[in-house]
Design a protein around this ligand. Sequence first.
Ligand SMILES: Cc1cc2nc3c(=O)[nH]c(=O)nc-3n(C[C@H](O)[C@H](O)[C@H](O)COP(=O)(O)O)c2cc1C
Length: 204
Amino acid sequence: MIREVENKMKKHYKHKDILFPVPAALIVTGDIEHANIVTVAWIGIMGSDPEVIGISLKHDRYSLNSIEKYGEFTVNIPSSSLFRQVDYCGLTSGKVVDKFSETGFSKGKSIVVNTPIIEECPLNLECKVIKAIDIGQWKIFVGEIVETQLDADCIDINEKVDINKIDPLVYIPTIREYWSIGTILGKAFDAGRCIKGNHARKLK
Ligand SMILES: Cc1cc2nc3c(=O)[nH]c(=O)nc-3n(C[C@H](O)[C@H](O)[C@H](O)COP(=O)(O)O)c2cc1C
């Protein structure tokens, strides 16, 4: 049964491709000599075991040819303070500029793949392409995450991630703004247990 909530009205919205929030991630392609950086917001973890990530690139991106050539890429999650460099990597093309030298980012060593990581980004995922799917003007690359590096000072003594130290940059599509994350609200897989009924799964 449809139920209307008092004083609440839904409206058609002109954009369909909205999801809040999304990261603004930096993808590095190529080897150490030919490394390029591209900013992407169309990105997400697609599964665990194996750990896979999907990124979507428009066909005219310089980085797209580079991923196809090398079959690998790194995903670098910037802290919010890096938003200007992130924006720059989304405004310029590797066809005409060397984004590492222009932004001052340092090429760091990956453990498994040949494509470098961005040293200044606290979280780095090393990925090997396992699938590529053409959808209209876009190409989705599905990458297996073969290694992960995290700044040592972002891991606490209990091996937990310190999200305040990572301070990941957040992108808000349609209004095109950069934000930082807010405050902790509760624990996942737990906060919902207070809602009536006792059908919640027990955690392993
Ligand atoms: C915040 C932001 C998010 C972006 N997200 C994507 C994306 O998900 N996919 C994409 O193809 N381009 C995206 N872009 C645009 C590319 O980063 C941009 O076209 C870039 O100049 C391409 O660089 P390249 O030619 O060196 O590959 C984004 C740009 C910005 C600023």
